[in-house]
Design a protein around this ligand. Structure first.
Ligand code: NDP
Ligand code: GDR
Length: 374
């Protein structure tokens, strides 16, 4: 009988980790994931994949570890002996990286090095294939539009600078030790399980709550920032494809379409049956309801400002515009995104509306999800 391939995923509790684990399990892989210790459960996104540790033939196995702890990484890689390693773990929030630059460098830059060294120390250079979650943030202050594999990097945050180190150490270990180690340079990708403080999810979640009268206003930062937004489900397939090639190479993964934060807000409003009119500029910019579907008993009323700018969300250095050219991935990996921007927005809105409906029901019956404050 052929043995199942083994994959080890760092960052398995994150958005991409959850989609990738599901994808690899469907392909018949034995999937191992590294989760870090937290004081509250952090496995919401993968609870549906959980298998009782008392069951013998498990396909999905979690290990405690941390990207800042070499000993845990070496122990886990030795125990698992993976065929493929996907390094997705990171302090992945750009704005937070300005507040926690040293920790971001430790987990995102040195974390990648620690994992590559674990492979080398254990003599697995020729067995384990390595995927590094690189990012369009490397392009930062863009030097070329659209951005492709050959576009020069110009990182604009402690996060991007840390990821620049991880990018190059991956290339260096490939060249120095003949490892199958690759970078996927992924542009923004979202989903209903996107972290709640990234702009897309912040918008879908808040606007669903505004629609149901649970919240009055959504505060945002730079409305003019433009991004190339895809769906995480499509992007984890690309991560896998990157490790299935004859030779290790780096790939840009993107949709080739660009929208601003304001466009995203408008698309979400449309899904919710709200039409917004924009007034003012810069910090004065305001999204005012000009039409609304439904009775609007508790939700937004015509004339109300439901989107405002709050400078606290501005970044010390901003990435204004990103647009990817994924022709190399299209040609060599046979990859292209299947889910369109409008479908992504619709799916995110649908799921956040369901969550808001649950919260509204709880509130209506006199309970609060946050009663520990009372
Ligand atoms: P998330 O923030 O959703 O997930 C990050 C994961 O890393 C979580 O599982 C988190 O654990 C884990 N993690 C963070 N710090 C550590 C640490 N010190 N040790 C172990 N685990 C840690 O990110 P995404 O899923 O969106 O992104 C996956 C990767 O891809 C990240 O490296 C990100 O930087 C990169 N990337 C993401 C893009 C995107 O648009 N989503 C685009 C390009 C690159 P916990 O759940 O406990 O917080
Ligand atoms: P980004 O994603 O920084 O591109 O990094 P994020 O969604 O945080 O920001 C996108 C753009 O929106 C602007 N913005 C706001 N952002 C947030 N978070 N909150 C706001 O209120 C807000 N208002 C405006 C930002 O200034 C920015 O220009 C994501 C992460 O997943 C990284 O890990 C990944 O590497 C890159 O995408 C590709």
């Amino acid at each position: 009988m052929k043995m199942a391939k083994k994959a080890l995923i760092t960052g398995i509790t994150g958005q991409d980790g959850a989609y990738l684990a599901e994808f690899l399990l469907k392909k018949g892989y034995e999937v191992h994931g590294i989760k870090r210790r937290t004081s509250l459960f952090n496995t919401d996104r993968i609870d549906h994949l959980y298998q009782d540790p008392h069951v013998k033939a498990r396909q999905f196995i979690l290990h405690y570890g941390d990207m800042t702890d070499s000993s845990s990484l070496i122990r886990i890689v030795q125990q698992v002996q993976p065929d493929e390693i996907y390094n997705l773990a990171a302090q992945s929030h750009v704005a937070v990286s300005f507040e926690e630059p040293e920790y971001t460098a430790d987990s995102d830059a040195l974390g990648a090095l620690r994992l590559l060294e674990a492979i080398r120390i254990l003599g697995l250079e020729k067995k384990a294939r390595f995927y590094q979650a690189s990012t369009s943030e490397l392009y930062g202050k863009v030097q070329e539009i659209p951005q492709r594999e050959t576009t020069p990097f110009y990182p604009r945050s402690p996060y991007a600078v840390a990821k620049l180190y991880a990018y190059w150490i991956t290339v260096n270990y490939r060249e120095a030790y003949g490892m199958y180690a690759c970078n996927g340079i992924l542009f923004n990708h979202e989903s209903p399980v996107r972290g709640e403080t990234f702009v897309t999810r912040k918008i879908t979640r808040a606007m669903a709550r505004i629609k149901l009268g649970l919240q009055d206003c959504l505060y945002l930062g730079n409305m003019n920032a433009k991004r190339d937004w895809g769906h995480a489900r499509d992007y984890v397939e690309a991560q896998w494809l990157v490790l299935q090639q004859k030779n290790p190479e780096d790939f840009v993964i993107a949709t080739g379409e660009q929208y601003s934060v304001r466009d995203f807000v408008n698309a979400v409003a449309r899904e919710l049956g709200i039409v917004l009119e924009w007034r003012g500029k810069g910090v004065k910019e305001t999204g005012i309801v000009s039409q609304v579907d439904g009775s609007g008993k508790n939700g937004p009323k015509k004339g109300h400002a439901i989107v405002r700018v709050d400078p606290r969300y501005f970044r010390p250095t901003e990435v204004e515009t990103l647009l990817g050219d994924a022709s190399k991935a299209r040609k060599k990996l046979g990859w292209k995104p299947k889910i369109k921007f409008r479908e992504l927005v619709a799916e995110m809105v649908r799921e956040d509306l369901k969550a808001a409906e649950r919260d509204e029901l709880v509130k209506r019956h006199g309970y609060s999800a946050y009663n520990y404050h009372e």
